[in-house]
Design a protein around this ligand. Structure first.
Ligand code: NAD
Ligand code: ZN
Length: 342
């Protein structure tokens, strides 16, 4: 079958012919229809320091996907051939304390599809049945293809109550943009979403930001004044990984505020811990999605009127993957979809 493979330990990706996956007794075989490109895939393409120490070579990459069931192992029940599914790309050990307690998102030995094991940028993907999500077939395939990052956005955005609250979101990448739409859907009052990229700020505005702020032009404190806010933001969602964004967030929170950190910094960040202590801030790290409560909420929010489709800005056939990665690298995009049909 065709697959996008990290074939050599150097920058690039290779469209290659690889063996179809072996289906174990607990596995589901998925015929891939659409995949989406994540920032992680761009890191792997670029072959940065993190990828060099993490990614086995050769390996098929990719972890954001939707497809139909093509087969399953003898132990698997409750799935039908032809059913539309997407899936959780974090494969947990099932044996550690958190897994046994049902807190699978806190597994200490998570393996990532397309990161530590063969991925979804291929005609077929095989994953354990316990990682497969029965999709609502009324949801468009493009939207189902981005359930993984939509899940990151949902897990972060719904970590703390936002009903009636003022929310600061730093970073209007695809995940920050989706988080903007989610907190709007969940009843936040003011949503200030920041970035330095005008294309993405435009999308954030379209998806429900009260103010989409370019931090190259104005300070967050000034926006608070203009909105008539008096005590600072109640909830902060850090989605840029940028040290200055995190520090400016801490400076703009109310006493007792809650911060959820999703953005992955590429260096250590120094902050003024006195502000955390004396302002009694709660800071929570977020990784992946809760299995499967986050998935449940994603689906029910879409069924109750949330529309995240504007975050999808580009679509390519998988053979045009070079163009798709180029647009991802430019930053002038939301989510970019690769089509594996025909
Ligand atoms: P992205 O890189 O596309 O978005 C980050 C955005 O932050 C960019 O638009 C960038 O212009 C913006 N930015 C840069 N400097 C800024 C500043 N000073 N202030 C405000 N914004 C600034 O990434 P994404 O796909 O939207 O993901 C968001 C973040 O979450 C990334 O850091 C990513 O690595 C991380 N992530 C974490 C998890 C997890 O499980 N913890 C999962 C997926 C992604
Ligand atoms: Zn575990």
């Amino acid at each position: 079958m065709k697959a996008l493979v990290k074939k050599f330990a150097q920058p690039g990706l290779w469209l290659d012919e690889v063996a179809e996956p072996q289906v174990g007794i607990n596995d589901v075989l998925i015929k891939i229809h659409k995949t989406a490109i994540c920032g992680t895939d761009v890191h792997i393409y670029n072959w940065d320091a993190w990828s060099q120490k993490t990614i086995p070579v050769p390996m098929t990459i990719g972890h954001e996907f939707v497809g139909t069931i093509a087969g399953f192992g003898s132990n698997v029940q409750g799935f039908q051939v032809g059913e539309i599914v997407c899936g959780e790309g974090h494969i947990v050990c099932g044996k550690c304390r958190n897994c046994l307690a049902g807190r699978r998102h806190l597994c200490k030995d998570t393996q990532g599809v397309g990161v530590n094991r063969t991925g979804a940028f291929a005609e077929y993907l095989c994953i354990p049945a316990s990682n497969v999500w029965h999709a609502d077939p009324r949801i468009p395939l493009d939207v189902l293809a981005i359930f993984d990052p939509f899940g990151n956005a949902t897990h972060t955005a719904l970590s703390f109550n936002v009903l009636g609250e003022d929310v600061l979101i730093t970073g209007a990448g695809p995940i920050g943009i989706m988080a903007t739409a989610i907190v709007k859907h969940a009843g936040a009052r003011y949503i200030v979403t920041t970035d330095v990229n005008p294309y993405r700020l435009e999308l954030a505005k379209k998806m429900g930001a009260t103010v989409a702020l370019n931090v190259k032009e104005k300070r967050i404190a000034q926006v608070q004044k203009e909105l008539g806010m008096k005590e600072g933001f109640d909830v902060g969602l850090e989605m840029s990984g940028n040290p200055d964004a995190f520090r400016e967030m801490i400076d703009n929170m109310c006493h007792g505020a809650k911060i959820a950190l999703l953005g992955i910094p590429n260096q250590e960040i120094a902050i003024d811990w006195n502000k955390v202590i004396f302002n009694m801030l709660t800071i929570k790290g977020i990784y992946g999605r809760e299995m499967f409560e986050t998935w449940y909420l994603m689906q029910t929010m879409l069924q109750s009127g949330l529309d995240i489709s504007p975050v999808i800005t580009h679509r390519f056939h998988y053979t045009e993957f070079e163009k798709a990665f180029e647009i991802m690298r430019s930053g002038n995009c939301g989510k970019v979809i690769l089509d594996w049909e025909n």
